[in-house]
Design a protein around this ligand. Structure first.
Ligand SMILES: [Ca+2]
Ligand SMILES: [Ca+2]
Length: 120
């Protein structure tokens, strides 16, 4: 809305789907709040988590990047990331979906964290 603070964008991994086994799919929800009467765009990409011990590498999930478009009034979009079913014994690992370069909104919380459950 004209004159008001920019809408904020938040990346979260949807409750109940925040972890997946190798070969499974994790769904992240990107939320725009409050709704905007303009178009809003934001870029995203999936990248490894924090710390060597628990961090996935780029080999642990399928490449995922792109741009989300919120039409006026829309408040949620989803990003899906597929965990690669490798054969290494490695423990559970985290990765992030990061938001950046938003247009007509501000990124409030640009990192959603997902966990890949090892199956080896
Ligand atoms: Ca793995
Ligand atoms: Ca594995």
């Amino acid at each position: 809305m004209a004159g008001s603070a920019a809408s904020g964008l938040t990346s979260t991994c949807r409750e109940g789907t925040w972890s997946a086994g190798e070969g499974g799919t994790l769904t992240f929800t990107v939320t725009l709040s409050p709704a905007s009467d303009r178009y809003v765009w934001v870029h995203y990409y999936a990248r490894p988590g924090y710390g060597a011990a628990f961090s996935a590498t780029f080999a642990d999930f399928a490449q995922a990047y792109g741009m989300l478009t919120f039409k006026p009034g829309e408040t949620a979009k989803t990003v899906t990331v597929t965990a690669v079913d490798d054969s290494r014994t490695e423990g559970d690992e985290t990765f992030r979906v990061v938001l950046y370069s938003a247009v007509q909104a501000a990124v409030t919380d640009g990192e959603g964290i997902g966990t890949i459950t090892d199956n080896d």
